[in-house]
Design a protein around this ligand. Structure first.
Ligand SMILES: [Zn+2]
Length: 299
């Protein structure tokens, strides 16, 4: 009897710890992968999708760095899994290539430049835009969806909350209204659009998971990828802009929801702990410059 009780208790404890490992966001219906059983993607490439100059860093670090200029990176990622290709974000519009004036989403604040096209970088590893099965979008700011129209055959994966937001009537904040109008223009009407309801396991094996991290925009998401040798990597989207945001829990003033932003950063911290994951921050140029760039890759 005693032995049976002990076995039962051990079983419950093991089950509980597996549950904790597998679902850091223990909410019902979470599809975050099991840290031990998750399948693996084959390759992860970083693409140079632009860079930007902003004249006041304090927009992203409220209360600090007032009037200080800053350069951000814009990063796209390409994943090969199950013989399919997933592109994460599409960067600054290709029409910006080598334009000395650059391109802007909010001209008073930030100007983007593009030194390499997405299509040339794909071609460098033998790919055409029609080879990309999924174009997954972190959110609908122009520097992330600038080239969606180049992928008419791909299925666009984005959160339903994001799509509903950009389709909603204008509100009181003119900057936000401008960004939404630009988003509608750049996104156009994708032929294959899949709207997601929260965390989504793309291949059903835990190798590539889209993770709901709202706050920067209402339907922002991040991406968790599992690789054989590199382990778990989280692609930030804009859940944070800089490592400093993440360390100090500071929320950029342009974000649509401060409390949701903080909750999403907490979710990412829990994922880092559960999966022993690395966090690759899209716009953190200092970090991006240290990461492998296509044709090099993580596996
Ligand atoms: Zn953004």
């Amino acid at each position: 009897m005693l032995r049976q009780t002990k076995v039962a208790v051990t079983f419950v404890l093991v089950a509980f710890s597996l549950m904790m490992e597998g679902t850091p966001d223990a909410s019902a219906g979470s599809t975050l992968p099991n840290a031990i059983k998750a399948g693996v993607a084959e390759k992860l490439f970083r693409l140079d999708c632009g860079r930007s100059l902003a004249n006041d860093e304090s927009v992203w670090t409220p209360g600090e760095n007032v009037g200080k200029s800053i350069e951000f990176s814009s990063t796209c990622w390409l994943i090969k899994a199950r013989k399919k290709w997933v592109l994460w974000d599409t960067g600054v519009p290709q029409a910006t290539l080598n334009d000395p004036k650059g391109w802007s989403t909010l001209p008073e604040l930030i100007v983007y430049h593009l030194d390499k096209t997405l299509t040339d970088q794909l071609a460098a590893i033998g790919l055409k835009t029609s080879d990309i099965t999924y174009v997954a979008l972190s959110h609908t700011h122009g520097d992330h969806i600038g080239n969606v129209v180049l992928f008419p055959n791909s299925t666009v994966l984005m959160q339903r909350a994001e799509y509903t937001w950009i389709s909603s009537p204008d509100g009181p904040n003119d900057n936000v209204n401008q960004l939404k109008a630009l988003a509608r223009k750049l996104l156009g009407t994708p032929r294959h659009l899949k709207l997601l309801e929260g965390d989504t396991d793309v291949f059903g094996d835990g190798s590539v998971t889209l993770v709901s991290t709202p706050g920067h925009t209402p339907g922002s998401q991040s991406l968790l990828v599992h690789l054989k040798n590199s382990g778990f990597i989280i692609l930030s989207g804009d859940v944070v802009h800089l490592e400093e945001n993440f360390e100090k829990n500071t929320v950029p003033s342009l974000n649509t929801d401060k409390a949701a932003s903080i909750a999403s950063m907490d979710k990412v911290r829990r994922m880092i702990a559960t999966y022993h994951a690395k966090l690759f921050i899209n716009h953190d140029k200092a970090q991006a410059d240290t990461l492998e760039l296509l044709p090099e890759f993580y596996d």
